[in-house]
Design a protein around this ligand. Sequence first.
Ligand code: HEC
Length: 219
Amino acid sequence: MEPWLRSLSISAALFALVASTTPSSAADSAKSIAEAAGHFPDTIATVYAVAPLPLSTSPGGPAVGTLNPSSSAKVLAVEGDDLKVEIRGWQQGSGGRLVFLAAGRRIPVAEMKDDQKGLLRRGATQTDGTTGQEWTEVSLEAYAPRKQFVGNVELLWTYAEELMNANCTTCHARHPVDHFTANQWAGLIRTKKERVTASADQLTLMGQYVQKHASDMVK
Ligand code: HEC
């Protein structure tokens, strides 16, 4: 294992494969993320999860859910090694465990433990024009380890690009990200699980990247 990876406290699973088998450009961008993680001013407004990370209701407490890599969090306070953050998103119908980025767009922001989904505070409801589904805005105040966030999401997108160049060009040419909608990408990425050598965390990051740059997100 590379020395910089050994000193990491962020998800080794996200980077493990890079160190051994993927091109050095991907290893370089993974290293940039590792170096930037946790290093931002205390006054920063928004941070981005590097890896799937635990959300707790008290500093260092048991996890009530997981925040996805590249999900943004609003910083409310710094408490020791933890950040107190606010997570916002949307849920369809009466709720469930998954929190999505926008009404009608199945881009997963966070996943709650089944017995903790009641912690989500429910807000305004809107009807999605295309499907007629009811979506409700939800939010959660939680604590999460500072070292698992970066202040600049572009670091994660550079890494995702490198991962896609390494994993998504062996069978066909890369498809332009904005040729599909966020919901189409959700299904497409699922069919790739058995086809790529990337770890589950890496595929999750690639999924977030393509969904957030999809045709109906970049307009
Ligand atoms: C092992 C071979 C293989 C790998 C690796 C692979 N794909 Fe594919 N991909 C296919 C095949 C085969 C199809 C044709 C449709 C199908 O069978 O799903 C396809 C189709 C697609 C399509 C087009 C779907 C459409 O409706 O036109 C997209 C987009 C796509 N792949 C994206 C990706 C991405 C992103 C990755 C990397 C995460 C990837 N592929 C890795 C084999 C692969």
